[in-house]
Design a binder for this molecule. Structure first.
Ligand code: FES
Length: 79
């Protein structure tokens, strides 16, 4: 199975400080929406690193099917 696991059918609302973050793409991380290296067991996924430039509230995709990763784009409403 090459599809990521749906960790949650909706975004995670998180307040992020500036810095490099690592978003889970496989859906198996226990520290959603962030990577905990669980993708190594699924083999085909890698985390997505992204930079937060200013402290703010962000909505990170939980369904792992967004077309604008790591941010929610509403795709979860269609699954
Ligand atoms: S949670 Fe994935 S697109 Fe909204």
């Amino acid at each position: 199975m090459n599809e990521p696991t749906i960790a949650q059918k909706g975004p995670y609302e998180v307040v992020l400080e500036p810095g490099i973050k690592s978003w889970c793409t496989c859906g198996e991380s226990k520290t959603q929406p962030f990577c905990d290296a669980s993708h190594r067991e699924k083999g085909i996924f890698r985390s997505l690193k992204f930079e937060v430039k200013e402290k703010d509230t962000y909505w990170l995709c939980g369904c792992k099917r967004t077309s604008t990763p790591p941010f929610c784009d509403g795709t979860h409403n269609k699954i």
